[in-house]
Write a protein that binds this ligand. Structure first.
Ligand SMILES: C[S@@+](CC[C@H](N)C(=O)[O-])C[C@H]1O[C@@H](n2cnc3c(N)ncnc32)[C@H](O)[C@@H]1O
Length: 348
């Protein structure tokens, strides 16, 4: 290791860095505990003592102090000089009403099923398969919707809220001139579609997702009003068929759920019913182009262990599109964590 620059703090020795890494599951647990306790909602704009916070969330004062100290170490809450706590930019994102908030994501990240699947990552790496089916007897989405509907709703909320971080950047980077109808396949509750319809007043949209997800779509897309008039909700399973005609099909954070064979098959199924010349735009983190590899590489493992999927390099995304019979066009950065990976449905 190179010597630190003069005046720079000495680097933490490797054994201690690895020690911290090995125990970083405790950080996940702390963030999830903060979300479950509702700490961020209990703390307003003024600092509060640990005692006052403990009373507000129904916790033991001393042990809440332990939790807050651990979180503050990662800039989630900040300790004040008199031993109270105040918000930071990150702790505010644990508030229920925070724009682009991460409370639902924190609850999902530390949900019991997540601990179960992560604990068997080595098996998934050996076998190349998800461990989900073995643990729960069915794939992730069947489990979420059939066995744990509240968890299913939490998953959809987590996606909708975190999608608020990227929606504007994606909408700005996505050229929709010449598109009359855009379809968001696996579009969740419609965060991205709503942003696109807001931005393009003449655009029509289709939100396609599993029945339980579409039933809970963003109310602005569902019930009366100008946006709902321009939006059609279609419930279905994209492995079975996508009965949607559009000029542009978006799949954001969808193809990464699947291994190559499943991704190719699903894209073929989509293309079967898509008009010749229509565009298919994958919106994904691109492993070899991302500015946030610490997120992309962990998501890569999460996709593996939960669904047998993977994040991909540009070449791998291009290969999946080409093998599905689509004509690869381009990769475009959005200035957010995702890129647009575009292809066209060829003529007959
Ligand atoms: C990782 S989420 C991404 C959601 C949204 N596109 C976003 O970026 O926030 C994957 C989405 O695919 C949907 N999905 C999973 N399997 C599906 C299937 N077989 N057919 C249609 N949608 C599916 C899920 O319900 C979920 O909304």
């Amino acid at each position: 290791m190179a010597d630190p620059a003069p005046g720079a703090a000495p680097a933490t020795p490797a054994p201690l860095r690895l020690h911290a890494l090995a125990y970083s599951l405790g950080v996940t647990a702390a963030v999830t505990a903060a979300a479950r306790l509702g700490l961020a909602d209990a703390l307003g704009e003024e600092p509060l003592s640990v005692g006052a916070l403990a009373t507000a969330v129904g916790a033991d004062e001393e042990t809440l102090g332990q939790l807050l100290r651990a979180l503050a170490c990662h800039e989630v809450f900040r300790e004040t000089e008199d031993g109270g706590y105040t918000h930071t930019e990150m702790s505010r994102l644990l508030r229920t009403d925070a724009p682009a908030g991460r409370r639902a994501m924190a609850l999902l990240a530390g949900a019991p099923f997540a601990w179960q699947i992560w604990s068997r990552l080595d098996e998934a790496v050996r076998s190349g398969q998800s461990v989900f089916q073995d643990l729960y007897g069915k794939p992730l989405f069947a489990y979420l919707h059939q066995d744990e509907p509240e968890l299913g709703a939490l998953f959809d909320r987590a996606m909708a809220k975190s999608g608020e971080t990227t929606a504007a950047a994606v909408a700005a980077a996505l050229d929709l001139s010449g598109t009359g109808t855009v379809a968001d396949i696996g579009g969740g509750r419609g965060t991205l579609l709503r942003t696109l319809l807001d931005r393009h007043p003449a655009l029509n949209g289709v939100l396609f997702d599993l029945p339980q997800v579409v039933a809970d779509a963003d109310p602005a897309l569902r019930t009366g009003g100008e946006l709902a008039d321009r939006c059609r909700l279609v419930a279905g399973d994209c492995h079975v068929g996508v009965p949607v005609k559009a000029d542009t099909y978006l799949l954001k954070g969808v193809v990464h759920m699947w291994n190559d064979a499943t991704a190719v098959a699903a894209l073929r199924t989509l293309a079967r019913n898509a008009p010749a010349g229509s565009r298919v735009v994958l919106i994904e983190q691109v492993l070899d182009a991302t500015d946030t590899p610490e997120i992309a590489t962990v998501m890569n493992l999460l996709m593996l262990v939960s669904q047998g999927g993977r994040e991909r390099t540009e070449r791998e995304l291009r290969s999946v599109l080409t093998r599905a019979g689509l004509e690869f066009c381009s990769v475009t950065p959005t200035g957010s964590v995702v890129h647009l990976v575009e292809a066209v449905v060829p003529g007959p």
